[in-house]
Design a protein around this ligand. Structure first.
Ligand SMILES: Nc1ncnc2c1ncn2[C@@H]1O[C@H](COP(=O)(O)OP(=O)(O)O)[C@@H](O)[C@H]1O
Ligand SMILES: [Mg+2]
Ligand SMILES: [Zn+2]
Length: 275
């Protein structure tokens, strides 16, 4: 429980007010109830919250008659959720993937269970630089899984960056209006504890030279620092090797390749007709 100047003042004020009105009246929330609430911040209704929360603080009964002010569990929780979403956006995660968690997904295909379980080992995965290539047709959930791996890493305190190499190559290629220098692009891809490389092999062929250079330099630095990369791609691994060359692919070691080959294209799910 955090006591602070304003809270102490408010606690004392509430006490004084209640003392004058009804000396035996309970002031503030009983400590056990507060502790239960803190363990489960969404366990009370928004309406109850609005009644007892004063600008992010609530009064809690500590011992007989002593009321202290504590940070409101619900406001704290909502703030940490907002911070997390902000971090994900900054990391480059698109809106459609932001708020999805494992429990929101259809997990009937074994690959989802497998990756979810592996997320429990995220510390080891990041520390040991264990890269992964998720390959397969579009719409099967590769990006969604990659983002969920990224979320696990973020929650464990690691930095995460999601990058579409083709897009980065576009940004650096045009020197006249370059939004990003090559050095900046490499640094951005090399520095994150976990890099999510999206849709590798889907870039424009005229930017391939730039892609190769950026990828080589970034992966070289990542490998030397044991930093893992999660790749999603519609290409097979031999196709990726054809496009980028073995020298680059070898810089993903240690790396596992998992084919995502179930039959459900989640992009083609039926929705109610709006057109
Ligand atoms: N297991 C799943 N259950 C329900 N929806 C899913 C599942 N996997 C992915 N989706 C959703 O389907 C859409 C396409 O998934 P995505 O990861 O972009 O596919 P891919 O990267 O393989 O092309 C996304 O909106 C995603 O949230
Ligand atoms: Mg994808
Ligand atoms: Zn509150």
């Amino acid at each position: 429980m955090t006591e602070h100047a304003g809270g102490k003042f408010r606690g004392a004020l509430t006490q004084a007010l209640s003392a004058s009105a009804a000396p035996s009246a309970q002031v503030g929330m009983p400590l056990e109830r507060f502790q239960a609430w803190r363990a489960s911040p969404l366990s009370i209704s928004q309406k109850d919250h609005d009644r007892i929360c004063m600008g992010g603080f609530v009064d809690v009964q500590k011992a007989d008659g002593v009321t202290a002010s504590a940070k409101c569990p619900m406001c704290e929780f909502q703030r940490s959720q907002q911070d997390f979403v902000r971090k994900l956006r900054t990391a480059g995660v698109g809106e459609r993937y932001l708020n999805v968690e494992w429990d929101d997904l259809d997990l009937s295909e074994p690959i989802f269970q497998r990756i979810r379980k592996a997320c429990g080992n995220i510390d080891r995965i990041v520390r040991e630089g264990r890269s992964l290539i998720l390959w397969g047709k579009p719409g099967l959930g590769k990006t969604q899984m990659s983002v969920l791996i990224g979320k696990a890493a973020l929650r464990a305190g690691y930095s995460v960056h999601l990058v579409n190499l083709g897009r980065v190559a576009c940004m650096v290629r045009d020197y006249e209006s370059a939004e990003l220098s090559e050095a900046q692009a490499v640094a951005m891809m090399a520095s994150a504890d976990l890099l999510l490389l999206e849709d590798l092999g889907a870039g424009e062929s005229d930017k391939l030279k730039v892609e190769r250079r950026l990828l080589y330099l970034a992966l070289e630095e990542r490998m030397n620092n044991n930093r893992p990369t999660i790749i999603t791609t519609n290409c097979t691994v031999p196709e990726l090797t054809d496009v980028y060359g073995a020298r680059i692919m070898h810089r993903l070691q240690p790396c596992q390749m998992l084919e995502v080959n179930h039959k459900t294209n989640f992009r083609l799910r039926v929705v109610d007709e709006l057109w």
